[in-house]
Every structure is written in C-alpha cells, then in structure tokens.
Design a protein around this ligand. Structure first.
Ligand code: GLT
Ligand code: MN
Ligand code: MN
Length: 390
C-alpha cells in the first residue's frame, strides 16, 4: 500500500457541506448535483476518511417534520454503521435562512436570538445522538455593514449570554460535549465580530464555563486576516484550547477560498503539520483533522473525490517531511537550545535577589549581537526537505 494513502487511524474528517459543495458562488449556479448524505458516508470511507461532520440542515432539511427527521437520522446512522464511520463534530447552520440576515446570537431582535438558541439546542441534541464530542460555532452572520446598528460591546455581551446559556444546557443534559469557536474576519458580513482566533481565546476566558469552550481555527480565515495561522494554532495549543481544526488552503487578500489542503502556501502547511504532529518533540494535537474545503468549480463528482484524497495525502506527505526535517542532524544542531546554567534560573519567578543578580550579570550587547544565527541555512534545509531532495 502507498504509505501516503489515508486510513481511519489518521483521524481525517470532512463535512457533508465540503465534499457535498455544489460549486455555487456569488456569480454562478451549481455545477454539481447535490450528493445524498448516505452516499457521502460511503464514498468518504472508501477514500480512507475516519469521520464525517455536519450542520443540522446538511442532514435534516430546514423545516422537516419530527417523523422526517427521525427517518433521515435512522438511515444516516445505518450508513455510518455499515461503513464504519463516525461523526466527531456537529454544528448549527445559523447563516443560510433569511431570519439570520443580521446575525443570530447578536441580532437586535430578541425573537431572532430566541430562534437561534432553540435551533442550536436541537442541533446539539442531533449531534450528540450521532456521537459528536465537539460542537462548532461559526458566527458567519454575526457582523455588520452599517456598524451604527449596535454598540459592538452589545454583540460581545449577547454572544456571551448565548454561550453561557448553551453550556448550561449541555451540562443539564449531561452531554459529553465541548464547544469550539471559529473566527473569521469578514465574508459574508462586511466585518464579523471576534475576527481572529486570538479574539476568541480571550472571549472564552470571560465565560461562565471556560473549561467547556475552545477554538476551531481555520487556515483560510486566519490567512484572510493576514496572520500566521501556525502562530494562532500554537497559541491555542499552548492554552489547551485547540479543540478542533479546519484545514484548507488560502491565498492572502482573497475571498474565503477553502482550497484543497496544502494547495497554497506549502511552507505554512508544512509548519502547521509539524506543529500539530509535534515532530519537534512537543506534545501533538490528538483531535480530529477536519478538512473544511471544497473542490474547484471545474470538477465533477470524480474530481470531488480526487480533491478529498488530495487533502489527506498532502497532510501525510507533509507529516513525513516534517519528521525527516526534525530528525536531520544538521537541523537539530542549528536549532539546539543554548543552555546557560548560570543565567537560566534567573529568568523566571521574580525575586528581589534574582533581579539584583540579573543586574549584576556581565552582558556585553555588542559581542552577543555579533553571532550570526544561521537561519538562512536552516530555512534552506527546510525548503530542501519540502522539495524532497534531502
Ligand atoms: C461554512 C464556513 C465554515 C465553517 C462551517 C461550520 S460553515 O462552510 O465557511 O468555515 O467552518 O459552520
Ligand atoms: Mn471552517
Ligand atoms: Mn473558510
């Protein structure tokens, strides 16, 4: 078997909405027919994926009766069982229906906020019934064009109110479920509240149950904001808050492209996989590896499965490259930490004595700054590993 072909052990997941994307965009109609959720389950398992994620309405169309819902869920569960697939994450569609045109949890209309909470409680019930352990919140419509419509602090407070309400709902039901908040700077709104993972991380610390809430950073969204995705993910990991991740590819300064993982900025993709896999010797991310991406509009259904296999293969190839890079003795020598047993203990845990000792150290800025760091060599080695010549 090709070592880069995915298997369930790799924990790769796709959303029903990702491989099911019909290629509609603001300027053109669908180019592919919708795929039945049960068909997606079968095809994804054949491709080597581990799980499938969904919005409430990706599976149960908006407005379905209770009996329709139950029949759809029953058939979907049977397909999961038959193909050995799971649903690690679920989420609510709080953006498609016109009622959400000015937001869901942040709307000025309490009836809209009530509808959003109710829809989310139902979505949580559905997700838990399917086995989901992570519930994502992407507030795509929570933003503005006419910013005078509300004090932005009200939007923050209303989002907190909703998160606290829903955390208590989960607790009261006794569900084994955590929340993961997904940031995006803009699109479909002119500006979306909580535009980056960093904004989300701080917001979480203000919640009533912060331990239940983490982040779901997306490559495309952080890149749209012009930020280093890897740095954002690293900060989330360091805080113990990387509950989920949306992998795809994006060029800076563009609309939300949601391209096949690794198809743009291979360098960032490499650094990301290296971080997630902990090839540097750090603790790895062990949650689901979700691809929130879709096939180019040029593709028919066969191209969709090419796309899905491509996402997973590229991840595995980058993982192998990252392992080789971090095992390379020349790389290890270049990034070896410099240890100074006399200085190190003075740098953490302030005491008056340590401060005095720091002041007394003989530190010569001129000679310290003369040392070249050899990052040109290090970066070239990374490129050579990436390009497969080392
Ligand atoms: C939508 C969005 C994604 C989110 C999905 C979860 S919905 O496709 O573009 O980034 O992760 O709600
Ligand atoms: Mn996403
Ligand atoms: Mn996106």
């Amino acid at each position: 078997m090709d070592p880069f072909d995915p298997t369930a052990k790799d924990r790769f997941t796709f959303g029903l909405w990702t491989v099911g994307n019909t290629g509609r965009d603001p300027f053109g109609e669908a180019v592919r027919a919708p795929l039945a959720p049960t068909h997606i389950v079968r095809k994804l398992s054949e491709c080597g994926a581990w799980g499938v994620n969904l919005h409430d309405n990706d599976l149960v169309p908006f407005g379905s009766s209770a009996s329709e819902r139950d029949r759809i869920v029953r058939e979907f569960k049977a397909a999961l069982q038959e193909h050995g697939m799971c649903v690690p994450m679920a989420t609510t569609n709080l953006f498609s229906h016109p009622i959400f045109k000015d937001g869901a949890f942040t709307s000025n209309d309490p009836k809209v906020r009530a509808f959003a909470l109710r829809k989310t409680m139902d979505g949580i019930d559905l997700g838990v019934e399917l086995g989901a352990r992570v519930y994502v919140f992407w507030g795509g419509r929570e933003g503005t064009e006419a910013d005078a419509c509300r004090d932005p602090r009200t939007a923050v407070a209303r989002t907190r109110e909703a998160m606290d309400f829903l955390c208590d709902y989960v607790r009261e039901q006794g569900y084994d479920l955590v929340f993961a908040l997904e940031a995006k700077p803009n699109e479909p709104r002119g500006d979306i509240y909580f535009p980056t993972t960093g904004h989300m991380l701080h917001f979480i610390s203000t919640l009533a149950h912060p331990e239940m809430v983490g982040v779901n950073p997306e490559v495309a969204h952080e890149t749209m904001a012009g930020l280093s995705f890897t740095h954002g993910v690293a900060q989330a990991m360091e805080a113990g808050k990387l509950f989920h991740i949306d992998l795809n590819a994006q060029r800076i300064g563009r609309y939300d492209q949601d391209f096949r993982f690794g198809s743009e900025d291979v360098r960032q993709a490499f650094l990301l996989v290296r971080l997630l896999e902990g090839t540097l010797g750090t603790a790895p991310y062990t949650g689901p590896l979700h691809f929130d991406a879709h096939a180019y509009r040029s593709e028919d259904e066969a191209g969709v499965w090419d796309f899905a296999r491509g996402c997973m293969r590229t991840y595995k190839i980058l993982k192998a490259r990252a392992q080789a890079f971090d095992a390379d003795p020349e790389v290890r020598a270049l990034i070896a930490e410099q240890n100074d047993a006399a200085i190190e203990p003075l740098l953490s845990g302030y005491t008056k004595d340590k401060a005095a000792k720091l002041r007394a150290l003989a530190l010569d800025p001129a000679s310290i700054s003369k040392r070249g760091l050899r990052y040109e060599r290090l970066d070239q080695l990374m490129i050579e590993h990436l390009l497969g010549v080392r």
